[in-house]
Design a protein around this ligand. Structure first.
Ligand code: ADP
Length: 683
């Protein structure tokens, strides 16, 4: 990433905190530097993140809202479950605090003949009494009576094996700091702990491609510190960050996983990843499923993850584990509930309930009949049925994500707004009818962020740590960022963008924002990379074009360390996405007192509240929003942010404090997921 030497001069002016930008005195120019020397780009390891897109091209072409096609009845509550079957529509929704959604104007969904392969719950091993539903069901987003939140603080998790686990106690992990759950109201009943298994293709930091990895890492700990027993099952990739895995050892040598007409021999390892109990499945097969140098991006991705899902279920079964909850993620593990209800339930595995979290509808795992032959789901006519796994748009295709929606007991996505957009706003990439059919078991939970990692008070990446009570220290980081990127030291605000250079992220608007910011007297910093060579080339071109600007730096690459400094050193964080399921960037920016300017979509709309136009109380307003995906829309919000910085520094500072005070930790989402688990366990 060598950059050609530039004659650019740095104007070394004194930095001024946002509260006092107008008092700045500019010093004479003092330095000339080569920005290239300052830039420490690393290889774009994140480029693999989008490779999965290549494995599912059909759905990428899918357009907007489809007419509900499944079921014809207009009376959703009249569906009568078959013996041994329950439908989500007959049960009350859990209290997911963030279910408030935009007004839903569509007609009620029909739920006539969708399969709901959900067995009657077996009594838990702890003899937990079943609770009768207390209310009639209602769609997510509609006001409804809900079960009370269960916020009883739980005892610290023990290191002993769960009674169901079939394993000896695991060794002590390396301790690490943790945040405590908020105390529960005294009148809440004690909640028995749950045995929760997360089956996932990614977990930070050992196997991270996108936000999904952070969610599994953060949520797992939150659930554990609330007294639940949490285990995580991952593929044993050759690219695992082994430096983050402690006490890795073999725990199950001969796991034979049925595959086509035979079986694949696997070994299962156990290790701690910063306190999380993780099992890693290693297949010994010439298919070489997980030894390919990157996580996604292969023609047989669907088969690789079908195998992993089958292997995870086989492992649970053979190891005698009977979790209360199996939590799976995205299309990669969406077959888990299918295997559970179609294969393992017949073998007696009737206890677990399944929650599926969908992090992005763009990738669905669309494939053909080969999948059925490989996995032992030997009834094509059954599984190609549109009410089960048959893709809504291609009659000869199977759709794994759809199967997950149909077969799971609950389907969560990563913000309430995205739940609405995917079901009713044309963002479901063809799954809208399925979501309508299953709307009673569908809702959104905004992701949290890990405040041990993303917290300016403890962030070891920062030259100066700070919090809401010493916000001025943030400006040491601003100076450090400028120094590192060879930007002019002056009174200007820094506008930043951090993210994948994917069309989803609003790249035309990012480009426009660079020039607009410079024109409006701001500096601009970009950190991003793309797996698409064309996009990378475009941004490299832009970088060369702006090479001599003392107020702009584009860093094309993936650099976690630099991202921390940008979050801390920038004043404004731009997130102009076309669609955004949740978005972590704005949540992290808020924590660092960096004011988000976002488009009003998905999780951005659920977490950023406009300073000037919001029905939120003043102390909750924390950024700027715009609706229209065009230059005028962007300017309307970014322009106000820059104006506020210059003209109303006290207001800007208040906004920063509001942002830093908001709680986007895993505290609330952790409780929301527990409510969901409780809901599906007690059905
Ligand atoms: P997505 O999951 O769609 O990529 P999110 O906003 O949910 O987007 O999560 C993005 C995460 O990845 C954030 O933590 C962000 O800081 C980080 N990130 C994205 N691109 C880069 C990059 N080039 N270098 C460092 N971190 C990055």
């Amino acid at each position: 990433m060598a950059k050609k030497p530039t004659s650019k001069k740095r104007t070394a002016a004194k930095e001024t905190p946002a509260a006092k930008p107008t008092k700045t005195t500019t010093k004479p120019a003092a330095a000339t530097g080569r920005k290239a020397a300052a830039s420490k780009a690393k290889p774009a390891s994140r480029s693999e993140s989008q490779a999965s897109a290549g494995s599912v091209p059909p759905e990428a072409k899918r357009a907007t809202a489809a007419t509900p096609a499944q079921g014809t009845s207009s009376k959703p509550l009249q569906h009568r479950p078959r013996a041994g079957e329950e439908t989500a529509a007959l049960r009350p929704m859990p209290r997911v605090h963030s279910f408030a959604q935009p007004a839903v104007t569509t007609a009620p969904a029909a739920v006539t003949a969708a399969p709901a392969p959900i067995a009657k719950p077996a009594p838990t091993r702890r003899g937990k009494p079943k609770r009768a539903p207390t209310t009639e069901p209602a769609a997510p987003g509609l006001e409804q009576p809900v079960p009370p939140p269960l916020e009883t603080p739980q005892p610290e998790p023990t290191r002993e094996a769960h009674p169901d686990s079939g394993y000896e106690p695991e060794p002590e992990p390396h301790p690490e700091p943790r945040h405590e759950p908020s105390p529960a109201p005294a009148d809440q009943p004690h909640r028995p702990s749950l045995f929760i298994v997360q089956i996932t293709p990614e977990m930070a930091p050992v196997a991270k491609v996108g936000g999904l990895a952070d969610v599994v890492f953060g949520l797992s700990r939150e659930l554990a510190i609330r007294g639940n027993h949490v285990e995580i099952i991952l593929p044993k990739y050759d690219t695992l960050r082994y430096d983050h895995i402690y006490e890795l050892h073999e725990v199950y040598r001969d796991l034979w996983v049925p595959w086509y007409e035979g079986a694949v021999h696997c070994t299962v390892y156990f290790g701690f990843v910063h306190d999380r109990k993780c099992f890693f499945i290693e297949p010994h097969s010439h298919d070489n499923f997980f030894n390919r140098g990157s996580i996604y991006g292969f023609a047989d991705d669907v088969l690789r993850y079908a195998f992993f899902s089958r292997a995870a279920m086989e492992f649970l079964w053979k190891a005698g584990k009977h979790p209360d909850i199996i939590h799976c993620h995205d299309w990669q593990t969406a077959l888990v509930p299918v295997f559970l209800y179609e294969l393992y339930q017949q073998l007696g595995m009737t206890h677990p309930r399944v929650c599926l979290t969908i992090h992005n509808y763009k990738h669905q795992g669309v494939t053909g009949a080969e999948l059925l032959r490989a996995t032992g789901l030997h009834q094509p006519e059954r599984f190609f049925d549109r009410l089960r796994m048959g893709d809504n748009q291609h009659k000869d295709a199977l759709n794994l994500l759809k199967a997950g929606v149909v077969y799971s007991n609950f389907v969560a996505t990563v913000s309430p707004r995205y739940a609405f957009e995917t079901k009713d706003g044309g963002q479901g990439f063809g799954l809208e009818p399925t979501l309508h059919t299953h709307h009673m078991k569908y809702g959104g939970v905004v992701n949290g962020i890990d405040y041990d990692v993303w917290n300016p008070e403890v962030d070891h990446h920062l030259p100066t740590r700070y919090g809401v009570d010493n916000i001025d220290a943030k400006y040491d980081n601003k100076r450090a960022l400028r120094h590192r990127l060879m930007l002019a030291d002056n009174e200007k605000p820094i506008v930043a963008f951090i993210g994948r250079l994917d069309p989803q992220k609003g790249l035309e608007l990012v480009r426009h924002a660079i020039f607009y910011s410079l024109e409006r007297g701001a500096q601009f910093v970009l950190l991003g990379s793309s797996p698409y060579q064309g996009i990378n080339n475009d941004f490299w071109g832009l970088k060369h074009m702006l090479n001599d600007s003392p107020d702009c730096h584009l860093e094309i690459g993936f650099d976690e360390d630099l991202s921390h400094l940008i979050y801390a050193g920038a004043d404004i964080m731009l997130v102009p996405s076309q669609f955004e399921p949740c978005g972590l960037t704005q949540l992290i920016a808020l924590r660092y007192g960096t004011i988000p300017v976002v488009r009003t979509v998905g999780g951005l709309a659920d977490t950023v509240f406009d300073k000037d136009h919001s029905d939120r109380p003043l102390h909750e307003r924390n950024g700027y929003r715009f609706d229209n995906y065009d230059a005028a829309g962007l300017e309307s919000a970014l322009g106000r942010a820059i104006d506020c910085y210059y003209q109303f520094p006290d207001h800007f500072r208040e906004l920063m404090k509001n942002a830093m005070r908001a709680d986007y930790s895993w505290n609330h989402p952790g409780q929301d997921y527990l409510n969901i688990y409780d809901f599906i366990r007690n059905r």
